[in-house]
Design a binder for this molecule. Structure first.
Ligand SMILES: *Cc1c(COP(=O)(O)O)cnc(C)c1O
Length: 478
């Protein structure tokens, strides 16, 4: 259902940002609803969310129980004792390239000047098993479901060695159970691969924009793939309908707390990695984190976890394609899943298939309302250009979605936007010393499973864009 022209002009009057969204121009939005962490925790939004810190701890404990089984079932995790985790690495060459990009678009920054602070990449594209951030949430929910079934059947106890999940009795139990999911691709990969390995019957409903190689890979692992001509919401709807049978579990990307908590476990692990590298995070050493956002569960879960761990010292930003700014639209208007990008005339088409979502999760939007610092959008061309630059500077092989976090640091440090000056002053980031002590983390959400010839094609497009008029378009921020 689309908004009438009257609704739309009333909405735009209220929220002038909608005109920019409709024009498909890049935008940076600061969340006026953000609260200090103590106020946020006491806010009705978080009180009503039905989730809390104990849920993150429960998810961490569950992943630890399964680690011995994971280490054997997925040998690539054996070296990490069955922990599914990704590296955190410094990105000095990309930082240099971003500094040059900022200098050309914002003349108050001198060219050749390195950006202050430390730029780092959280390499979720290297996560084992499914090569994207979905290896956090998707896998946790499948494991939780398997655990509950096995415990209820009396086949395993919480303090048992979970290598028991290889026993024929548990495999037979799970073989009679179905798992269903609707996905643009990467969630389907995570759920499909893990479910099939545990012995579940698994069906992945995929949208038209899902890439062929993901469908092929899933089928090769024993998952059933159902293709839909419509978008992501249609695929989810089909999965949800089909799951209305006994012995079927639908993984609900739009509102699952179990997915969300799987993502949230990333926070304590990031804290440990920062500590191991001697990087402090506190009021004088802030952390800024840039998270590509689709339906919201992945970035939302990570941001929620980070706010629990670091409180006011962390500033979380989401990044969305100009054609799919569903979370921005939902949070800006407060309508959450009551409005879709199609309602304002956008077509939800983007090369960033992981972010091709027209309607955001209401659960995530409400939880993020007092916690999130802001959201920015970027064009497909920008993502492809960053894809080429991230490769040329740091040797990274990322899929387009995973590049959305790259320009976050320059959005935050731009001098030509008064509201960002005010924000920096309010959070202490206007102080030179604090800026120099800030750690910026780009969450690189996927890419290592992309077949080389497909990645090469995106890389060549990015190179061509950089070589042509490139960044000169005034419709684009860096
Ligand atoms: C799914 C995905 C995201 C976003 O996660 P959501 O939970 O949909 O918001 C970002 N990047 C990649 C590569 C993804 O697959």
């Amino acid at each position: 259902m689309s908004a009438t022209p009257h609704d739309l002009s009333a909405l735009t009057l209220h929220h002038p940002e909608i005109a920019t969204l409709r024009a498909r121009r890049e935008i940076s939005w600061l969340n006026p609803g953000r609260l200090d962490i103590t106020q946020a925790q006491a806010s009705p939004a978080l009180q009503a969310s039905g989730v809390g810190e104990q849920d993150i701890e429960a998810a961490e404990a569950r992943l630890a129980r399964f680690a011995p089984w994971i280490a054997e079932a997925f040998p690539e995790t054996a070296a990490a004792s069955g922990r599914i985790e990704s590296p955190l690495v410094a990105a000095p060459s990309l930082q240099q390239a971003l500094g040059e990009s900022l200098a050309t678009s914002d003349t108050s920054h001198a060219s050749g000047q390195t950006l202050p602070g430390r730029l780092m990449i959280k390499c979720d594209h290297q996560l084992p098993i499914s090569g994207s951030i979905k290896a956090r949430g998707g896998i946790h929910e499948v494991l939780k479901h398997a655990e509950r079934l096995a415990v209820d059947a009396g086949l395993v106890r919480l303090d048992d060695d979970y290598r028991a999940f290889e026993h024929p009795a548990i495999q037979a139990l799970l073989a009679n159970q179905r798992i269903l999911v609707g996905s643009t691709g990467n969630l389907g990969l995570s759920i499909g691969i893990m479910s099939a390995r545990l012995g579940f019957r698994v069906t992945v409903h995929m949208s038209a924009d899902a890439k062929q190689w993901k469908k092929d890979l899933l089928r090769s692992r024993g998952a059933e793939v159902v293709e839909h001509s419509g978008d992501y919401s249609k695929a989810v709807e089909a999965g949800r309908r089909e799951a209305q049978q006994p012995d079927a579990h639908f993984i609900d990307d739009e509102s699952s707390r179990d997915l969300f908590m799987g993502y949230a476990t990333a926070a304590s692990r990031l804290a440990r990695q920062l500590e191991d590298q001697g990087i402090a995070v506190d009021a004088r050493h802030p952390l800024c984190v840039y998270l590509p956002c689709g339906v919201g569960g992945g970035p939302g879960g990570v941001a929620y976890g980070l706010k629990q761990v670091f409180g006011d010292a962390v500033h979380c930003f989401f990044a969305e394609p100009v054609n799919s700014p569903c979370m921005l639209l939902g949070m800006l208007t407060g309508k959450h899943d009551g409005i879709a990008v199609e309602d304002i005339g956008l077509d939800n088409r983007t090369c960033a298939d992981g972010l091709a979502v027209g309607r955001a999760s209401a659960f995530v939007g409400q939880v993020m309302a007092p916690l999130l610092s802001g959201i920015y959008t970027l064009s497909d061309d920008s993502m492809l250009e960053w894809l080429a630059l991230a490769h040329d500077s740091e040797g990274l092989k990322l899929e387009p979605s995973a590049l959305a976090g790259v320009p976050g640091i320059i959005r935050v440090l731009r001098n030509d936007a008064p509201e960002w000056h005010a924000w920096r002053a309010a959070v202490g980031l206007d102080d030179d010393e604090v800026q120099a002590n800030t750690t910026h983390v780009i969450w690189a959400t996927g890419g290592s499973m992309v077949p080389d010839e497909i990645w090469q094609a995106d890389y060549q497009r990015g190179k061509a864009l950089l070589a042509s008029a490139g960044r000169s378009s005034d419709e684009r921020l860096p």
